[in-house]
Design a protein around this ligand. Structure first.
Ligand SMILES: [Ca+2]
Length: 317
């Protein structure tokens, strides 16, 4: 599908969704036991109601680093990762905030079909790296809250997601069938740092993950890289992606995944208690694939002590 055709399909999807979404969903309340109040931390503006509408339009072959709402709002961006790609230009993208039947929501479209290049388009707050991948355009102008220590908290993420379209362009495997060639992931990326860790750590908490890494299920592809610890999980208990074409309210038990990463990478208690969140993104990551999602009501919550969180997605009426 060409970018133009993709754009037309997106417009059709957006138009057809309006009638369905005329009833604005209320602010999400996580399913918990014995937790009357949760405190929102780190992220602000997650319902997008105060954000002026914004739209990059469909953009081809660009690295993008923008702060449409200045230092008080989200940053938006897109890039490819490869060191041999000096321009870090993603093949196709669109980032926007718009009124969807009276409710302001955000949208991400990302496409990359040039072989094994991997890239992303995202909304972001915080700054784990002190810049972006875009050449000559690396300054960070978006909101950068103080790092948030995780010790003594019961942290959860909530978000409403509408999975519009996700597909891989290939099911081909690398020689020997052990490496993937195509993936689309829609995820929270939560970046963590500690003075007791030599590298940063990132949790990829996926609500959609379609890939062919090789034999077996799609993911997890958790590993310790040269520059960071990567911990990747699908947050649905049954591994099922956020349903296509409808809004689903997700609750992610962040504490559980921090503990999971600690077990996987052998971090001791002292390391875990010294971790701080430095950046949270919501992104579409693509390699020989494309994906489009709408999202809304993004929050990082500190739940009252003793809260029992039911992680997963609940379709909205
Ligand atoms: Ca909203």
């Amino acid at each position: 599908m060409t970018l133009i055709a993709g754009y037309a399909a997106l417009l059709l999807l957006a138009a057809s969704s309006r009638a369905v979404d005329a009833d604005v969903p209320p602010v999400p309340e996580p399913k918990t036991v014995g937790s009357p109040q949760a405190q929102a931390l780190f992220l602000t503006g997650g319902d997008f109601e105060e954000a002026a509408p914004f739209d990059t339009g469909l953009v081809a072959r660009r690295c993008v680093n923008l702060s449409p709402w200045g230092e008080r709002g989200w940053g938006v961006g897109a890039a490819t990762f490869g060191r041999d790609e000096p321009n870090h230009a993603l093949e196709g993208l669109r980032l926007r905030v718009f009124d969807d039947g009276g409710n302001r929501v955000a949208g991400i479209f990302a496409k990359e079909s040039r072989g094994l290049r991997i890239g992303y388009a995202r909304f972001v707050q915080g700054d784990a790296w002190g810049g972006t991948l875009c050449p000559g355009n690396a300054a960070v102008g978006w909101r950068r809250p103080e790092p948030l220590g995780v010790a003594g908290r019961r942290l959860a993420l909530t978000i409403d997601v509408k999975n519009e379209q996700v597909w891989k362009f290939s099911n081909r495997l690398l020689r020997g069938g052990v490496g993937g060639t195509s993936q689309v992931m829609v995820a929270f990326n939560v970046w963590l740092s500690s003075p007791r860790l030599a590298k940063r750590a990132v949790l990829d908490l996926a609500v959609v993950h379609d890939c062919n890494w090789g034999p077996g299920d799609c993911g997890p592809n958790t590993d310790e890289g040269a520059k960071a610890f990567h911990y990747i999980v699908h947050v649905a208990k049954d591994g099922k992606d956020s349903a296509k074409g409808r809004w689903v309210r997700w609750l992610v038990d962040l504490q559980r995944h921090i503990e999971g990463a600690a077990r996987r990478f052998g971090w001791d208690r002292g390391v875990v208690e010294s971790l701080a969140i430095t950046q949270v993104d919501f992104l579409v990551e693509v390699m020989d694939g494309q994906g489009s999602v709408l999202f809304d009501n993004v929050r990082l919550l500190d739940m009252p002590e003793g809260s029992r969180l039911e992680e997963g997605g609940t379709p909205l009426p």
